[in-house]
Structure formats: C-alpha cells, structure tokens
Design a protein around this ligand. Structure first.
Ligand code: C2O
Ligand code: CU
Length: 564
C-alpha cells in the first residue's frame, strides 16, 4: 500500500512539474545602476540597466508574457516602458510616470508583467521618467509563434541597430538647464549606433560597432531610433535596404537606399551582403526640419565588414544621406510603408467610425517676467495638443481613475481645435503662441472606433512630430502637407493596406490620420516622442472604459505598485 502511495505521488509530482514547465513565466532582472562610461574622450556617469549600454535585448515569442523585476539602485527615480507592447487590460506595468504609475524611487523595486499579444518583429523598452531614457533603453526581439515563420526569406543572421544620442554633460543636467532657461536644450555631442559614435568622432575608432558579414548571406537589421530629439536618416554604403516590418508588425517589402526613422519607431530591414568584399560604412544623421532650431549635425557610423582575404578600401565608402531638412525624402519613405494585407496577415482597419477627432500639435511659449527666459521673444518654450499644454499630475492618472480620486485630471480635451486658423500658414499672429495649461484626457467607450487626425501647426516653428500612442497599434490611413481638409482628404484614405504603427511622424506643416478600435481598457498616454516636446506638454491620454463582459475589464493592480 505504502509503495503504491509513493508511486502515485511521484507521478503526481512529475505531472505537476510538467504543468509548471508549461505555465512558467520567464523572469528577467533589471538593475538600474550608475556606471562610468567613456565616449568622445571624456567620462561621465550614466544610468544603465545591468551595467550595459545600450541595455539588454529581450528575446520573446509572439503572445508570451514575461516578468521583469526592476530594482532601482540609482539616485534618480525611474520607470520602465515597453514601447509598442499593448499590455491588454493591464496598463499597470506600462510605465509612463504619473500616467500609469508613480516612479520607482531609489532603493525600491517593481515587478513588471509584460504581456505580448499580436506584436511580432522588433519593439523596444526605455525609461519613461524625466530624461533618463537617454541611456536606459534596449531592444525587444519578438519571434513568430513556434511553428510559424517570417513572411520573408529567413535571414542568416540578425542584430539590433539602436540609434542613440550622447551628451558629454550628464543628461539630467541638460534637462534641468533646459527647464531653468526656458529655451531649447543643448544639442547633443554625438549620435550613436549600438552605443558607439563611430570613427568620424574623436576617440571612437576602436569601439566602433562592426557587423561582420559573409558574401551571399542576408542580415536582418532591427533598427530602433532611441535618440532623444531627432528623426534620423540611415543608410549603408553601396547596399540596398529592404524594409519588412515596422513597430512590431510586418510590412510589404520596400527597397530603398535610405530610410527615415523617427524617435520611438522601429524598422526591420534586410541587408543582402551582395557587394564586392570590402568594408562599408553604415551611417546615420539627422532629418531636422524646424527653421531656426539648432541641431547636432554630426554623423554616426558603424562598419559592415565582409569576410575574406582582401585589402579594404581606406577610408571605407560612406553612404550618401539626404540634406538635413529634406522633408520630401522623409515623407516619401514614411508614406510608402504598407501592411501585408494578405489572407494570413489581414488588415482590420475600422470602417465605421464612432469618434472623429482633430488634434492640433504645436510648439508654443509662455510669457516670462521681463521677457527673461531663453525661448522665443524671451518666453518659456512649451508645446500643446489642441492648445492645451499637458501638466504632469503628482499622482498617476490610472490610480486616480481606478480609485475615483477627484482633482487629478480633467476630461476637457476638445475633439476639434477651438480656434480655426490657417494652421500651417506663414507669419501666424503672436497671440496663437500661448496655450492653456491642463491635465486633460479623453474618455472612450469600450469598442468605439476612433479616427484621429494630427494637424501640425506653424506656430513658432513647424516641424515633424512623431506621435506615439501607448496600449495600441493604429492604422495610418492618410497624410498630407498643409491643412487637413475634412471634405476632400478622407476620400483618399487607404483602407486597403495601411501600415500598422504605434508611432507616426506627422510631417512638418502637415497632417496624419490614424484609426483604431478602442478595445484595450485602461489609461493610455499619447505624446510626441521628441523628448523636449514631451517635456513641454505635447501630451494627452485616452481613458478607455471597461466593456460589458468581465473579460473586457481592466485587471486589478499588482500588489507592489510603486508608491507616490
Ligand atoms: Cu516610447 Cu511614451 O514612449
Ligand atoms: Cu514633437
């Protein structure tokens, strides 16, 4: 009898362990720490994850859930955001500070559940607290489900290519200087490819990132624009780039010499090593369209080095990149992205729209006493959505919404601009410069279908704005230069194969139209991914209400939400 019981229980144990194995959620540890880093001949202390810069790449499968234990051992507050991960019904670990959580304070820990669903390809994670994301970021690689494959030729090898931006000064000083002066922040000292400036900068030769290739093979470059302030052009000398995905969704193949990538965006490209064995530069520099706004005009490089016995050309060929303010090069690329829209990868763009919005996005300024600030006309630079400059609350909106705490946010973001003017006209009157202030959001019923037009304006200086929405991917159904015409433009919307994105660069003095179905309840931040514009208030949020059945409700908060 005894023996039987033992046998039985060991069988049960085996069964349980198999069960456990299947249900096992993979866990990662992120330790936020400060470490000295040397770039451009000088050393400073930067915040990193696990001492790595860029931070560790997460490798997951489509539909997987993981847990990341974030320990803050640095001296600044931090939060971590999983950019482009929709986190169905679980905004609690989305990350934007004072939107879905209070920051993780020095010494504190937060275990973040990251719930992948339909995303596939490349996304990234980054800090979402003040300007700490400058050095706290990394790639997320999402492989197709087991048993399924890429809708393109399987690459022989792959690598993240993370574009970054580097200041010799500590980033929090750059940030505080900007807040103090009220003007533009100092421009950066370098751009980076995988943490390295490349050998066009001083003291950078030996650390330049190198991609070793073999002739005849295909390489998947998972591009991430983690730069703080700039849209970037990217190219590889003498090679074509074939785009196959963006923002965690596949695209129709698009072959180009140069691509444009905006802050926040990810682009997957195939590089065929089909040239004469040699060394070739890959290079990136800004696409900066605002007239009169200073920008870092340096070029970051990395090397593509073919295997074999040969004497490399010296210096290696450098790719031709568009002129720094070449808007048509940028929009021609961004406007050419298309979804696969096949049987296997269908497009689900909402056709019947329940909510239409037009949001103007502007750079503004507030008056300063005695015109003593460093912004235009002695003012303090600001930014707005429908003329409201977002003010960050002191407890998070998600908590306030969930617990019914009043006075934290309002729901008065207008559906349409309150004043109609020639948004993209020249010499706009000065009274348009000054926006209102507020913490205003928009409520959406569960399952409503939204069409949102972002309208750029020429207040102070027109420029491109990469607008990013948390908790969703949206279809980019149209764009144009000048003012959106609600009578004519919708007739040309692409409802057949629009790209599915989470960040869209609204062109300078132009507009972009997006559509999505509000089926993810929660509080979801929406903002420009140019860091100074975010800080100045080009932000708002959607609060998507619960649906009817319980499986359309917000999940409860985890027990260890950081305290305010
Ligand atoms: Cu990648 Cu709210 O950001
Ligand atoms: Cu912007």
């Amino acid at each position: 009898m005894k023996a039987v019981i033992i046998q039985y229980s060991s069988a049960l144990l085996l069964f349980l362990s198999i069960l456990h194995c299947h249900a096992a959620v993979r866990r990662y540890t992120f330790v936020v720490d400060e470490v000295p880093y040397t770039r451009l001949c000088s050393t400073k202390s930067i915040m990193t994850i696990n001492g790595q810069f860029p931070g560790p790449t997460l490798h997951v499968r489509q539909g997987e859930t993981i847990i990341v234990d974030v320990y803050n051992k640095a001296k600044y507050n931090i939060t971590i955001h999983w950019h482009g991960v929709k986190q169905p019904r679980f905004p609690w670990s989305d990350g934007p500070e004072y939107i879905t959580q209070c920051p993780i304070q020095p010494g504190a820990k937060f275990s973040q559940k990251v719930i992948f669903s339909t995303e596939v390809g490349t996304l990234w994670w980054h800090a979402h607290s003040d300007w700490t994301r400058a050095t706290v970021h990394g790639a997320i690689v999402i492989y197709p489900k087991k048993g399924s494959s890429y809708p393109f030729k399987k690459p022989d090898m792959e690598t993240p290519i993370i574009l970054g931006e580097w200041w010799k000064k500590p980033i929090m000083e750059v940030y505080h200087d900007m807040l103090q002066s009220g003007g533009d922040p100092n421009i950066s000292d370098a751009f980076l490819i995988n943490g390295q400036p490349g050998d066009l900068y001083p003291c950078s030769k030996q650390d330049t990132f190198k991609l070793m290739v073999e002739k005849g093979k295909t390489y998947l470059l998972r591009l991430v624009n983690a730069a703080m302030q700039e849209l970037m052009f990217f190219s590889v000398a003498k090679h074509k780039l074939t785009v196959v995905g963006t923002d965690g969704a596949y695209t129709k193949p698009l072959t180009r010499d140069v691509i444009t990538i905006s802050p926040g965006q990810t682009i997957d490209v195939l590089l065929e090593a089909n040239q004469k064995p040699d060394h070739y530069y890959m290079a990136s520099r800004v696409y900066a369209s605002a007239v009169g706004v200073a920008y870092d005009n340096t070029t970051t490089t990395a090397l593509v080095e073919y295997a074999g016995d040969y004497t490399p050309t010296s210096p290696p060929p450098l790719p031709a990149l568009p002129y720094y303010n070449d808007t048509s090069a940028s929009v021609n690329f961004t406007g050419s992205l298309r979804s696969l829209a096949s049987k296997k990868y269908p497009v689900n763009v909402p056709k019947k729209i329940t909510h239409r919005f037009v949001y103007t996005i502007s750079v503004n300024s507030f008056p300063c006493p005695q015109n003593s600030c460093a912004g235009s006309n002695g003012g303090r630079l600001a930014a707005s959505v429908n003329n409201i400059s977002f003010v960050s609350p002191s407890i998070d909106i998600l908590q306030a919404y969930y617990q019914g705490i009043n006075g934290v946010f309002g729901a008065r973001l207008p559906d349409f601009p309150k004043y109609i003017f020639n948004f993209t006209g020249d010499n706009l009157p000065a009274y348009l410069d000054t926006p209102k202030k507020g913490t205003e959001v928009k409520f959406l019923e569960y399952n409503s279908t939204v069409e949102l037009v972002f309208q750029g304006t020429n207040i102070l200086a027109g420029t491109d704005h990469p607008m990013h929405l948390h908790g969703y991917s949206f279809y980019v159904v149209g764009w144009g230069l000048g003012n959106f015409d609600p009578k004519k433009d919708p007739a040309n919307f692409n409802l057949i194969d629009p790209p599915l994105q989470n960040t869209i660069a609204v062109p300078k003095n132009g507009w972009s139209a997006i559509r999505f179905r509000a089926k993810n309840p929660g509080v979801w931040f929406m903002h420009c991914h140019i860091e100074r514009h975010l800080s100045w208030g080009m932000d708002t949020a959607f609060i998507v209400k619960n649906g009817g059945p319980p499986n359309t409700h917000l999940l409860p908060p985890p027990p260890d939400m950081p305290r305010c």
